[in-house]
Design a protein around this ligand. Structure first.
Ligand code: 5GP
Length: 182
């Protein structure tokens, strides 16, 4: 039931096993990178796409953390980032002098991350870094650097493991692309 959309087959680009393995590695990298901090690390997930990744990643991090979420909606076409971002849900606490790690599902143009970075910097965290499950390398990312990256993928529209197709398919346990008609 879940393996096709409007007659097109959904093909796995990254399998459940590949994702599981890489998320564990990222968790270990993050644990190592923040080993000397005193207060718990604050993970900020960007809704809704990062929810599945966040749930797995935070359990792969072996140190105390706090969980926060931000809601953003970008204007314009659903499958294209326009760069204009609106915050629809904000953090519940101040982050001043705290170490903050953004958790994104995918960095495409980087405009969403750039906007969120600018917004967060005004709140004066001790440090601000970005972890993204996926990155499409083909576009210029401006000032945004992904500090902890899961996978570089081709410039195709992907769905599953949190990423949606017109609001659905976030619960696919793998990352897929729409293939040919079946
Ligand atoms: P950016 O601002 O980096 O161009 O885009 C980031 C947002 O666009 C992501 O958080 C995601 O919501 C959406 N996006 C970008 N590429 C894809 C894709 O291939 N599939 C899906 N489902 N969403 C995408």
């Amino acid at each position: 039931m879940m393996n096709r959309f409007k007659g097109k087959e959904i093909q796995a680009l990254l399998t459940k096993e590949q994702i599981e393995k890489r998320v564990k590695e990222l968790g270990a990298e993050i644990t190592h990178a923040y080993r000397d901090i005193k207060d718990p690390l604050i993970l900020v997930g960007v809704l809704k796409g990062s929810v599945l990744f966040m749930a797995d990643l935070c359990r792969a991090i072996d140190m105390p953390i706090e969980l926060e979420f931000m809601g953003v909606s970008s204007y314009g076409e659903a499958t294209k980032s326009s760069g204009a971002v609106q915050i629809t849900l904000d953090l519940t606490r101040p982050i001043e002098n705290r170490h903050v790690l953004f958790v994104e599902d995918i960095v495409d143009t980087g405009l969403t991350a750039k906007y969120l970075y600018g917004n967060m910097r005004t709140r004066e965290p001790a440090s601000l870094r970005l972890c993204s499950l996926l990155e499409k390398p083909s576009k210029s990312k401006g000032e945004v650097k992904v500090d902890f990256l899961g996978f570089t993928i081709p410039d195709e529209f992907v769905i599953g493991y949190g990423l949606d197709l017109a609001g659905v398919y976030r619960n696919l346990p793998y990352v897929g692309v729409l293939g040919s008609d079946v």
